[in-house]
Ligand binder design. Structure first.
Ligand SMILES: NC(=O)C1=CN([C@@H]2O[C@H](COP(=O)(O)OP(=O)(O)OC[C@H]3O[C@@H](n4cnc5c(N)ncnc54)[C@H](OP(=O)(O)O)[C@@H]3O)[C@@H](O)[C@H]2O)C=CC1
Ligand SMILES: CC(C)(CO)C(=O)C(=O)O
Length: 314
């Protein structure tokens, strides 16, 4: 894997965690060059002091990438680009980088959502895009500082359905070498939907009640609402022909129990810190849209969507 150039766009919870691991692994190895793309205060802080990851996995918490840029217009030539921005910034990022994507540029979106690949492909028609999902509990503590708790971060990626001959072998190698739990599958669609079952249901309910995953899992009312939302997603997935285990709901509750009790979801944090944008549309909006397209009632999701919107009014 000599002579690879890897760029990470977005130094938040996800990009910060995985970007740190890559930059740390290759900090004294000029054959793999890591570039961070950050903006505003994050850029200024990381440029001046380096990027900090507070995690039980790292004793030495600060890393300096080989390069940091604050403008996508300065995106360097890259063999691999990790995109870890929130859903509402994805389109703009894709529009800004699309001219720089060559036939052999690899793109790995590290985001939640079941239609990220399709959204990227509407804008970026060249290169190779690996559909993926990600598990990690990490959030911005302050600009340039990310805090990670709980299990080691994990990435599951699959082949680009349009470029099936392109194997992500070296990408898997660099991630594993950097200490990332990485799983490669021919087709990652089942895993992406499996993650969506978990994050859409627990994300919406945790945001509605401002309660962490453990409490939502334990208390009867939030738990029942999680179950109802998952039932709606299950109807949609089955109808779309997505292969998912029959006991997906029980499996998802089991998965949730592996997170530390107090882990918040990113939607909960964004809603309750009054962020101007949230990923409510990525979770509730997608379920409601799919329900409409397929003619399935998704009343529980519609109800919680309205309740979360109401939190902004109050
Ligand atoms: N946090 C988590 O634990 C997990 C999150 N996810 C998913 O991963 C995705 C990313 O989430 P997360 O990392 O938490 O989000 P964050 O909001 O923590 O981080 C996103 C970062 O992207 C930056 N960004 C956006 N646009 C640009 C741009 N044009 N140039 C440079 N930087 C940019 C933002 O900058 P700025 O700060 O200036 O706005 C921010 O720092 C989401 O889809 C989320 O649902 C998945 C698993 C776990
Ligand atoms: C719940 C968690 C942290 C798990 O990866 C997540 O995906 C999110 O908050 O978006």
């Amino acid at each position: 894997m000599d002579g690879k150039k890897i760029t990470i766009i977005g130094l938040g919870g996800v990009g910060g965690y995985f970007g740190f691991k890559l930059a740390y692994q290759y900090k004294n190895n000029p054959t793999v060059k890591i570039t961070f793309v950050a903006r505003g205060e994050t850029y200024a802080r990381v440029k001046a002091e380096g990027f900090t990851l507070l995690s039980p996995e790292h004793v030495d918490p600060v890393v300096r990438p080989a390069t940091i840029v604050n403008d996508l217009a300065q995106l360097p030539e890259s063999d691999l680009i990790l995109i870890s921005v929130k859903e509402y910034d994805l389109e703009q990022v894709c529009l800004q980088i699309k001219e720089k994507i060559k036939a052999d540029t690899l793109l790995l979106p590290l985001m939640n959502g079941v239609d990220i690949y399709e959204r990227m492909r509407k804008i970026i028609t060249t290169g190779v895009v690996f559909p993926a999902c990600v598990y990690v509990a990490s959030h911005i503590k302050e600009k340039g500082v990310v805090e990670h708790k709980g299990n080691r971060g994990k990435i599951i990626l699959g082949k680009d359905p349009q470029k099936k001959s392109r194997e992500p072998a070296w990408v898997v190698d660099v991630l594993k070498e950097s200490g990332v739990d990485t799983i490669y599958k021919e087709n990652a669609i089942t895993d992406i939907w499996t993650k969506f079952f978990f994050i859409a249901s627990f994300g919406l309910v945790s945001a509605r009640y401002n309660k962490p995953i453990g409490q939502v899992h334990k208390e009867p009312e939030p738990r029942a609402r999680v179950r109802a939302i998952m039932g709606e997603i299950q109807q949609i997935a089955v109808n779309k022909g997505i292969t998912i285990p029959k006991n997906i709901i029980e499996l998802t509750f089991e998965k949730a129990s592996t997170f530390p009790y107090t882990t918040p979801t990113s939607l909960q944090l964004d809603v309750h810190t009054n962020k101007a944008h949230t990923e409510l549309e990525l979770f509730a909006g997608s379920i409601i849209n799919y329900g409409g397209q397929l003619n399935f009632p998704v009343r529980e999701t519609e109800k919680i969507y309205a309740e979360i919107l109401q939190l902004y009014v109050n």
